[in-house]
Design a protein around this ligand. Structure first.
Ligand code: AMP
Length: 220
């Protein structure tokens, strides 16, 4: 059977992480979220965590070499598919990923990019209302609030506002996203491998649209 690879794109706060998680639950594909992997390294106080903490705090990209080593390690997992969330984030990472694909993928394996499109105003509103838990769960104070204020429904952990969800850092992250993502999306568009999804809809509807489009392409 061929391996399926879906690479999620979208500005910070587009909901791509949530959608990637929902897709991972529906399929038996492994999700590779570089942001989550870095946050776990920081929470566990590892050597890698200590060296990447300052980049995450400032909303800056972690050096490509450190990021790629994490991705290559994750790609060793046995699975019928991978879902990428947050990687590649620039042209160099795309080229690195394509080189890894050439080494690891077979001829009939299929890789597609999936763009969750959301406007700037909506993104800023969403991120300021976002609350996160160290276990990876994410809430929105209005659209998806936790049952008990400030407490994670899943693990009971204390919810927090990510430092990079603060207004000044959000503006920087958005600029970075638009600067870096254009050439990557152009690449997938030229390959005829870009799926576009309207991201300003309820979470469930977006998921349904994703599943429909993947079915049409015989990816699920
Ligand atoms: P995210 O959870 O995807 O918004 O990522 C949070 C932060 O992790 C980013 O602002 C970067 O500091 C770092 N990060 C995540 N993915 C990458 C990547 N592909 N390359 C470099 N840094 C990354």
């Amino acid at each position: 059977m061929s391996k399926k690879i879906i690479i999620f794109f979208g500005p910070p706060g587009s909901g791509k992480g949530t959608q990637a998680e929902m897709l991972a639950k529906k399929t038996d594909w492994k999700k590779i979220s570089t942001g989550d992997l870095f946050r776990a390294e920081i929470a566990n106080g590892t050597k890698l965590g200590k060296s990447v903490g300052k980049y995450l705090q400032a909303g800056k990209l972690v050096p490509d070499k450190l990021t790629l080593s994490l991705v290559e390690e994750s790609l060793k997992q046995k699975t019928s598919g991978f879902i990428f969330d947050g990687f590649p984030r620039n042209k160099r990472q795309l080229n690195d990923l394509l080189a890894v694909f050439r080494k690891r993928l077979k001829k009939n394996d299929l890789a597609y990019a999936l763009e969750v499109a959301v406007g700037d105003k909506e993104v800023k509103q969403r991120l300021s209302q976002r609350r996160s838990c160290a276990c990876g769960a994410v809430y929105h104070l209005i659209y998806n609030p936790p049952i008990n204020e400030g407490v994670c429904d899943i693990c009971g952990g204390k919810l927090f506002t990510r430092n990079d969800d603060k207004p000044k850092v959000i503006a920087h992250r958005l600029k970075l996203y638009y600067n870096e993502s254009k050439s990557i999306l152009d690449y997938w568009q030229k390959q005829g491998r870009l799926i576009k999804i309207a991201g300003e809809q309820p979470i469930k509807k977006i998921h349904e649209e994703i599943m429909e489009k993947l079915k049409k392409l015989k990816l699920v």
